[in-house]
Write a protein that binds this ligand. Structure first.
Ligand code: FAD
Length: 597
């Protein structure tokens, strides 16, 4: 058989989760990391704001508060055992990154510096607490570079620019994966005892998004086609502050440093929606507040955006209004130079892409599709679980944004994703290596590449009239408008009908480039198939959940309903449709309470 490689453990994806998993797995098993992008181009590199850990370096904080904030932030849908595990492990995990050489910003005493972020609170006073560890506004970039160096040092084998197309199952166990090499169009089989998926999210299904072009839900979709369910896919987070029209993220760190949101009438509106934490309320709350302002005609120029004001004189004025002080009790102020040092990339983005200087002008912003809480179901060791009783699929693991542990429940707190990558990437790597040490290789199927080849050949030889770009544009609009920040039954029914039509049109898509070498048109068309499958699951799960919780906001069912809906969704692709079942949420210490903002 041509192009067959054998590794104990294969990691799919080289973002923060994949690199951490690869690093830990490589210490106990022969490991390869396969990535459709060159590793340091992964979306983790775009993460700006920080990574959470309750060090209490600047004021009192503890993992217990971090746990409770995350449970509350998740709108009680997160599994509390997993959340507690993550928050307890956080300080050690972040210190480990520091010891690997990650250049965190520092306090004058030399400790890791921390900034406030949405939903991070002192549980006694309810006031914001500084919990987000940061390296300027390039925290994710630093994580990626640091982990990539460590993987190279540990001699992890990399297959860069290989797109994984299929997961091989033999005897109901993991047998490997199939990938295509982008440079040559050749197929490769990776025979493995264990496979870890760390393929990131799927935000490109929405029209306005902060997500990278690679966020097309490949891992989730290809596993779905192999009978693995997806969990809580209706929960998608819209970040309140995307750059108007472009969707590029303006980190919550800007509000953490004192920036505030202003409507078209020049009013600061967040105190009306969240009197205690104001502009630092959870993302779902702030996104809906912005949308409400816009819908009620208070957008800027009656349009669909608002201002983010981070001019130094405004920061000082609003800090005084809020009674915010420095740790020594002096009034909180931030000079232009200090702001530039803290969020240099954001200031650069605005200057370059908008011609707006945040030091002297307000920034036009609108909510942008940002993060999927749902994904491949796992337990807290990264093992993929495939039914209501959490049965483990032998040799299959997932970590990072493509996975659903679930630590983010219905809504993720800022900076908890980078933490999720590090903690669960590590445990998935450890578990996979441990499994590989005692398991045998399953035999490969007779023609492991057959399905992948068939999918690609069908696309390459398609003679229909449909164009992938048009289908993509229509899908994104349908998802953003009808399955976006606000949802209702009528809109979602319409979305599902349209998605059906788009899926049908996709069967007649024509790829104009028939070549094999770097045929990006072909790869993107294959990715569109993944996005259509994922969109269908998101829309159907959202239609089924007749309540509002976290990122899922139904106009026709505006309240959270714990008696009927305090449960996780599991969705399977079956008989050309989606089958939906539910499983219980793990509740340990914190019985659901009403959310108070
Ligand atoms: C703009 C932005 C800012 C953010 N800021 C923060 C922040 O400050 N703090 C925070 O906690 N979170 C933040 N997040 C969220 C967080 O960064 C992401 O959730 C996280 O980085 C995802 O990491 P990952 O390892 O799961 O995926 P990624 O880093 O995206 O890596 C995915 C990998 O999978 C590979 N891949 C995908 N499909 C295939 C395939 N078919 N075959 C082979 N390889 C494949 C890709 O090549 C890539 O290497 C931010 C997200 C965005 C978009």
């Amino acid at each position: 058989m041509p192009n067959v490689h054998q590794f104990d453990v294969v990691v799919v994806g080289a973002g923060g989760a994949g690199l951490m998993a690869g690093l830990y797995s490589s210490r106990g098993a022969k490991t390869a990391v396969i990535s459709k992008l060159y590793p340091t181009r992964s979306h983790t590199g775009a993460a700006q704001g920080g990574i959470s850990a309750a060090f209490g370096n600047l004021e009192e904080d503890k993992p217990e508060w971090h746990t409770y904030d995350s449970v509350k932030g998740s709108d009680y849908l997160g599994d509390q055992d997993a959340i507690e595990f993550m928050c307890e492990e956080a300080p050690q995990a972040v210190l480990e990154l520091e010891h690997m050489g990650l250049p965190f910003d520092r306090t004058p005493e030399g400790r890791i510096s921390q900034r406030p972020f949405g939903g991070h609170t002192n549980n006694v006073t309810g006031k914001p607490v500084r919990r987000a560890c940061h390296a300027a506004d390039r925290t994710g970039h630093m994580i990626l570079q640091t982990l990539y160096q460590q993987c190279l040092k540990n001699k992890v084998t990399f297959f860069d620019e290989y797109q994984v197309l299929d997961f091989l199952i033999v005897n109901r166990r993991t047998a490997g994966i199939v990938a295509v090499e982008l440079a040559t169009g050749e197929f490769h089989t990776f025979h493995a005892k264990a496979v870890i998926f760390a393929t990131g999210g799927h935000g490109r299904i929405f029209e306005v998004t902060s997500n990278a072009y690679a966020y097309t839900g490949d891992g989730a979709a290809l596993l779905l086609r192999r009978g693995i369910p997806l969990e809580d896919m209706e929960f998608f987070q819209f970040h309140p502050t995307g750059i108007y029209k472009l969707g590029i993220l303006i980190t919550e760190g800007v509000r953490g440093e004192g920036g505030v949101l202003i409507n078209g009438k020049g009013e600061r509106f967040m105190p009306k929606y969240a009197p205690t934490v104001k502009d630092l309320a959870s993302r779902d709350v702030v996104s809906r507040a912005i949308y409400t302002e816009i819908r009620e005609g208070r957008g800027v120029n009656s349009s669909n955006y608002v201002w983010l004001d981070a001019r130094p004189e405004s920061i000082a004025r609003y800090a005084a209004e809020d009674g915010r002080t420095n740790p020594d009790g002096s009034p909180y102020v931030l000079s232009g130079e200090q702001l530039l040092a803290k969020v240099p990339d954001i200031i650069d983005f605005c200057r370059v892409y908008l011609g707006v200087d945040p030091l002297t002008q307000m920034m036009p912003t609108q909510p942008t599709a940002h993060y999927t809480m749902g994904g491949i179901p796992t337990n807290k060791f990264g093992e993929v679980v495939i039914d209501e009783s959490n049965a483990v699929f032998p040799g299959l693991y997932a970590a990072g944004e493509c996975a659903c542990v679930s630590v983010h429940g219905a809504n993720r707190l800022g900076t908890n994703s980078l933490l999720d990558l590090i903690v669960f990437g590590k445990h998935a790597g450890l578990k996979a290596a441990e499994y590989a040490q005692q398991a045998d290789f399953e035999p490969l199927p007779p023609d492991p590449q057959a399905d992948s080849r068939a999918q690609f050949e069908k696309l390459r030889n398609g003679s229909g009239k449909e164009n992938a770009f048009d289908i993509t544009t229509e899908m994104k609009k349908v998802m953003f408008d009808l399955v976006g920040i606000y949802r209702n039954e009528k809109g979602m029914q319409e979305a599902i009908t349209k998605l059906d039509q788009l899926k049908e049109r996709f069967q007649h898509v024509k790829v104009t480039d028939r070549g094999r070498i770097f045929n990006t048109e072909l790869f993107h068309t294959w990715e569109l198939g993944n996005m259509l499958d994922v969109s269908e699951v998101v829309a159907k799960c959202a239609l089924n959940r007749r309540e509002s919780r976290g990122g899922h906001s139904r106009e026709d069912f505006p309240n959270r309903d714990d008696s009927d809906w305090l449960k996780h969704t599991l969705a399977w692709q079956k008989n050309g449709g989606v089958e939906i079942r539910y499983k219980p949420v793990v509740i340990t210490k914190y019985p659901p309470k009403e959310r108070v903002y």
